[in-house]
Structure formats: C-alpha cells, structure tokens
Design a binder for this molecule. Structure first.
Ligand code: GTQ
Length: 343
C-alpha cells in the first residue's frame, strides 16, 4: 500500500494534453478519491429539517401552486453536503415533504423507483396502489413499490402532509428513472390487506388454497400496530426496534430501502454500531437529541434528520419518543457489503 501516489503535476503538460485528446486519464492521481483507505469518504453531511419551519413553506406552496401545476406538491429535503437544490438527502435516499389539500387528487403514474410514505399530519388522505386503497393516518407507512400504479387523494377537511422516501438517487445514477402517466385508478371495494389478509403477526392466507402471494402483499403498515409492538417490547426490557417486513417472505418491504421503527424511553440513550448504510430518521413523536459524528441535532415531533454512512450516532431521548429509521441496508446486503463496526 502506497501513501504517496503520483499527482497530475508530476506529469509533463504535453503528455497530459495527449491523454485528454485520446479520452483517457491516469488513475493514480485520482485513486484515493474513488478508493479511500479503510472506509468511505462520504459527500453526505448530516441534515436536519425542523417541521415547524417546513410546514408553513409547504402550506405556502399550496397557495402558490395548484396540484395540477405540480403533479406532486413536494418540497425536497436537500443533503447539505450536496447543497441547495440537491435531489437527495443521502447517497441513496431521496426525501420529500408532500402536501395534499382537501378534495385534491395527485394523478396516477408509475415509475421505476420505489417510494414509501410516512404520514406526518392530517387525516382522510389515501393512496391507491394498483387498485388497493390505502388509508393514510398519522404514523402509517404506505408503500408504492416500483412499477405499481399509484395516485393520491384526500377526503378529509384539513391538509394532509407526508414524508416521501424514495430510492430515486439510485435510479438517477443508473439512468433508469422514468415515469408513465395514466388515468386515476378504480378502487377495489375492500379494505387494504393490513385489515383483511394480514391482521395478525404469524398469520397469512393459507398456502394450500393455491395461488402465489403478490410480490408486495401488504402495502400499509398502520401506526397503531407498530406502536403497540414497540411498547410491548420496551415493557419487557427488549431493545424496542422493529423492522417493517413483507409478511409472506420475511424480507424487507422493498428491494432497496429498509424501515425500522424504534422507541426510546425518557432519558434513554442508544449508541448503535457504525453501519455502512446511510440513513434518515423521522420523529413520529417525542423529542431528544442525536450526536452524529460529534454534531448535535436537537429534534422534536415530526422533524427529520440524516446521517452519512459509518457515522457514529448517539441518541438521547428527552421524553418518550418514537422514530422511524429509513436506510439502504436491504440493497447493501444484496450487494454483499453491508457492514457494522463496533464503536
Ligand atoms: O408521490 O408519486 O416526492 O413520484 C417524488 C416523486 C413523490 C409520488 C415524490 C413522486 C412522488
């Protein structure tokens, strides 16, 4: 292993010009940029978005831009490491805060990236995915997997706001991101699968009755169930963390992104191992602070913050708190490099 690699300046200008003309470049001056020693050198910087600051901006967008002019009325959370206008919150995670006003609909489309919505505020919103109507109540996790038709609507009387998490940056990087528009979908006249086929953990429709389960059999994870599971684990002294999984396969809900809900009791500290996954945290309720590589982020209800790969995290809850962690562990595991390092 060499610490002192040659630089561009070591090379005669004439040779450098000849290389540029031939469409090639020497690796060695750039080698450490693309293969740093020991650990990645992330561009992503910890980000923090205060909901009380975002909310009025989003409501203002509701006044300024009709949904017909926006298709999706979203304010994108830009990674501070990439700067203003960045269409990503971390290397792999796109986050946006979306507003739908009473009576509005966001037209149907399907696209290559997958999305998950975490409902932040409001009641009466819904997403239709491939004909299944998924109610959106606070804290609910709602999937719109890649390739599935989806549109949004709102029957309630106050604004509905949710956080969109997409694997969009990967698809942009692959030059594989595109959408197809379509008419609003007809809605199946039945409750979503969390209220019919998957009402209890450990029970799935009988495999003897034939027919393979759908690839994404359950697309809404009601918050009430998540909170109940976390409280029960906390009450019996377990680490109160649960992963959202596909009930038929036990795998993460999406191929790329994973979602983990956690509960912290007042005063509780949590110091997880360093993880190769980048991540974002959404505060469902509660308040506290998180040190991300020495930077202190103080958070309250409905706030969102991010942490780069391999960051050293220490959470401290000021009161009982519930957070959802959005991460790319499923993709990294599939690629064979997901890693955790002791602190
Ligand atoms: O609701 O379908 O934040 O297509 C970005 C792209 C939301 C959506 C976003 C989208 C959507």
């Amino acid at each position: 292993m060499s610490d002192q690699l040659g630089t561009l300046d070591d090379l005669p200008q004439e040779y450098r010009d000849e290389m540029a003309d031939a469409g090639v470049a020497p690796l060695w001056p750039m080698m450490r940029n693309v293969l740093p020693h020991g650990a990645p050198n992330p561009v992503t910087r910890p980000g923090y978005w205060n909901y009380d600051a975002l909310r009025p901006l989003l409501l203002k967008a509701g006044e300024l831009t009709p949904v017909e002019k926006a298709e999706r009325r979203v304010l994108v959370l830009s990674d501070p490491g990439r700067g203003s206008g960045a269409m990503q919150a971390t290397s792999s995670i796109y986050l946006g805060m979306q507003l739908l006003l009473p009576g509005e609909t966001a037209p149907a489309h399907r696209h290559t990236p997958s999305a998950v919505r975490i409902v932040v505020e409001g009641s009466g919103g819904y997403t239709v995915v491939s004909g299944e109507r998924l109610p959106m109540e606070e804290g609910d996790l709602v999937l719109t997997p890649g390739g599935e038709w989806h549109d949004h609507g709102h029957d309630g009387s106050d604004p509905v706001i949710w956080l969109d998490a997409l694997d969009l940056p990967l698809f942009v990087y692959f030059e594989g991101s595109y959408a197809i528009e379509g008419p609003l979908q007809a809605q199946n006249n039945r409750p979503d699968a969390s209220e019919v086929e998957y009402t209890a953990a450990g029970l799935v429709p009988s495999r003897q009755s034939g027919g393979a389960p759908r690839r994404f059999p359950m697309m809404r994870y009601p918050w009430a169930q998540t909170e109940k599971a976390l409280r029960q684990m906390a009450a019996y002294g377990d680490t109160a963390e649960v992963d959202f999984i596909n009930p038929e396969t036990g795998e993460d809900v999406l191929p790329t992104l994973g979602f983990t809900a956690m509960m912290l009791q007042a005063g509780q500290q949590d110091a997880p191992p360093l993880r190769s996954a980048s991540c974002a945290f959404h505060v469902v309720s509660g308040s506290g602070q998180t040190e991300v590589d020495g930077k202190v982020i103080t958070w309250g209800p409905k706030d969102t913050f991010t942490a780069p790969v391999f960051s050293r995290l220490t959470h401290t809850a000021h009161e009982e708190s519930f957070l959802i962690r959005i991460h790319d562990r499923p993709l990294q595991t599939k690629l064979g490099y997901y890693e955790e390092r002791p602190r």
